[in-house]
Design a protein around this ligand. Sequence first.
Ligand SMILES: Cc1cc2nc3c(=O)[nH]c(=O)nc-3n(C[C@H](O)[C@H](O)[C@H](O)COP(=O)(O)OP(=O)(O)OC[C@H]3O[C@@H](n4cnc5c(N)ncnc54)[C@H](O)[C@@H]3O)c2cc1C
Ligand SMILES: Cc1cc2nc3c(=O)[nH]c(=O)nc-3n(C[C@H](O)[C@H](O)[C@H](O)COP(=O)(O)O)c2cc1C
Length: 795
Amino acid sequence: MKISVIGGGPGGLYFALLAQKAWPRRDVTVYERNRPDDTFGFGVVFSDQTLDMFKSFDGPSYEMIRRRFAYWGDVDVVYKGRTMRSGGNGFCGCSRVALLHILHDRCRELGVKLQFQREVEELEEFADSDLVVVADGINSRIREKHKDHFQPSVDLRPNKFTWLGSTRPLDAFKYFFRETPEGVILAHCYQYESNQSTWVIETDDATWRNFGFDRKSEPEMLAAVEGVFAEELAGHRLIPNRSLWRNFPTIVNKTWVKQVGKMSAVLVGDAKATAHFSIGSGTKLAMEDAIALFESMRKESSVEKALNTYDTARREEVEKTQHAANVSLAWFEHMRRYWDMDPLQFAFGVMSRSKQITWENLELRDPAFLRDVQQWFAARVRAQGFDIPVDRPPPPMFMPLRLRDLVIENRVVVSPMDQYSAVEGVPTDWHLVHLGSRAIGGAGLVYVEMSCVSPEGRISPGCTGLWNEAQRDAFARIADFCHANSKAKLCMQIGHSGRKGSTQLGWERMDHPLEAGNWPIVSASPIPYYEGISQVPKELSRPEMEKIMREFEKSTQLADAAGFDMLEIHMAHGYLLASFISPLTNTRRDEYGGAIENRMRFPLEVFGACREVWPRQKPLSVRISATDWAPGGLSGPDLMALTRMLKDAGCDLIDCSTGQTVPSQRPVYGRMYQAPYSDWVRNEVGIATMTVGAVTSADQVNTLLASGKADLVALARPHLANPSFTLQASAWYQHAAQHWPRQYLSGKDQALRNAARERAELTELRLRARPASHEVKDAPERAYLSSVFTPGTRV
Ligand SMILES: Cc1cc2nc3c(=O)[nH]c(=O)nc-3n(C[C@H](O)[C@H](O)[C@H](O)COP(=O)(O)OP(=O)(O)OC[C@H]3O[C@@H](n4cnc5c(N)ncnc54)[C@H](O)[C@@H]3O)c2cc1C
Ligand SMILES: Cc1cc2nc3c(=O)[nH]c(=O)nc-3n(C[C@H](O)[C@H](O)[C@H](O)COP(=O)(O)O)c2cc1C
């Protein structure tokens, strides 16, 4: 069998050596256009975990890698004159050229043929090969030539970056943030050999232009960057190596495999998919691809089967890494947003930005860093007049929050959940038990499901309503029970279903019209939810809008009379008020349609009417769909505009949900997937926010709060399985001050004791499961490397 590899980067070389080692009689050749000592860029980084994997696939190259790499465990965030260090991170780095030399040596030893200075033009050059591994990097010529087949898509990110080196020694991975008159600019830096460090400079497009980097020659650019980071460089110079400013392309390919006659071609590494440099995973991904491809070849009986297995089985892992990289890069694209944060919160945000590192991960890595963050959070809450212990404070989820005169005991919220179990809009004993048990389960705030302002405003016949005294009294019974038996505060959510009304119960065919007994529905515009299935709603006239406004007003008064502490107006999920906000559902030509100011007119009128009759001391929040997840839906600027309008109108909290506007939506799900919207609104508009959506653990709640992505965190489905989510979390964190109903007190001590033991056991397991450092102290190979690599060598 003949195997040809196009591109002698880490991906191509590693596959070649694995294949040659496993099948010594096969003919394996790598074609590389550069010379062996040519390279672009400076260092590469691996985690201890990645080294574990290399160890199990090829001992000799692993041994060379681990002896030659420089190791560090600390990450420093340097921001506004302060250095925040967090330890225990376990990384190592070396120069790219050193890694390539290791792989060249190992390939030669195994019999791989290496052909340097050989530019490949066409796949057809390898018609006599059985397998062609296309590892020709980010700008892959082969992929582009066959783009109709591979179907690559390239998302060119807005930030600019350039890759530089320096002789400046560094004792940790450093993020140097700098504010300049031109804007915010950042250096991602790490040392990879003695006196050799990588400096990736990143900034947004406007700052880049303000610096004039689009016009500057390389020496001028270097002088400008050296000026910005003069203190950090401490007298050392920056070294270029074809250091052009670029925009990072996130690349994905629909398929990775192509058949040409009897030859099969397969994409590997950057040619196949890229991951932003801020998670340092590009080389790792390329080498892991090589491993995955090799493993498929080893297990499957034919090349064709092997490539199909690689294309399917490897995808999930690659997509996960790309997702983490995309979340990470987005943080850097918005670093201006976090500029006013306290340095500790800023540093926590940097560390937890890709969702892979959480509150508890950080506690495991560096308890002292986490304690500093915890104490800072507590001190900030204490400064708002709360009696909080600052020495040994509880984690952020157990910190109180004040909205107007309302004090919410902790930051965990039971999200509103329609139970479809009301009779004529009147809540039943089911609601008493459902809401009551969640209140005694310890959440700081419990939401009632969307209760509708009129019979026609109901989503389904089972929805609760708040238009008459019977409903008010039934809710008062629930509110009284919760207040008497827990410290939970209660929020009533009111809404009108609009075009999603007169539909079946949640466990039937949701959002589909009733089998019988439908009532007429209304909306901003006469567009049915399901074309050809749903009723066509009537476009609301001005008098009808006036009537609905009065209904909202009356519900508000009834909610106050029933004893609710807080009120939320539902302007999300495609219901009536949301149907005005989204351009997908509002095509009106009057003053209630068109620009966002017009589309917000009716929702704001309703908000104003409710605020007018809702007691001044009680908070009023709004749930929004921050995106429609559909082309032509709500835009980012519109989101900013509408939340600013709500803030100006006296809204106290934006409850950031998303979607459910149109059935064609394509949400990007994932853990905490709606938090970026809460983060955006909170930190750009300056209003308290609540996040919700796929938050399942106390660890995530603390991560979201500590990084400033939200002020409250709501959980819906997790509370269905576990009403006592908060009580359990309080035991986990040994937060003995958490209120337990007196009837349950005998369970409290036991829960605290058991949780302490379980937590200690889990911590020990986690610590043991952590990959050990692979460092070989004082390895002589490291000195050799410095002599091989001269920064700035020809590319
Ligand atoms: C600023 C920046 C910082 C980075 N930092 C890190 C980091 O810290 N850690 C990390 O792991 N990754 C990092 N990366 C990513 C990393 O460099 C790549 O992801 C990785 O090198 C991909 O490996 P590869 O083998 O797929 O491709 P490459 O390394 O790009 O190799 C492709 C090879 O193919 C050759 N080639 C191309 N076309 C042809 C042709 N037509 N004929 C013959 N040969 C050809 C090229 O010369 C090259 O040698 C960074 C990337 C950037 C841009
Ligand atoms: C059974 C059920 C009923 C729901 N009813 C409502 C509701 O009445 N009002 C509302 O705004 N959201 C409602 N939602 C949405 C949730 O409040 C929440 O936003 C969503 O489930 C995502 O959170 P989760 O991932 O924690 O479940 C409901 C969700 C579920 C599962």
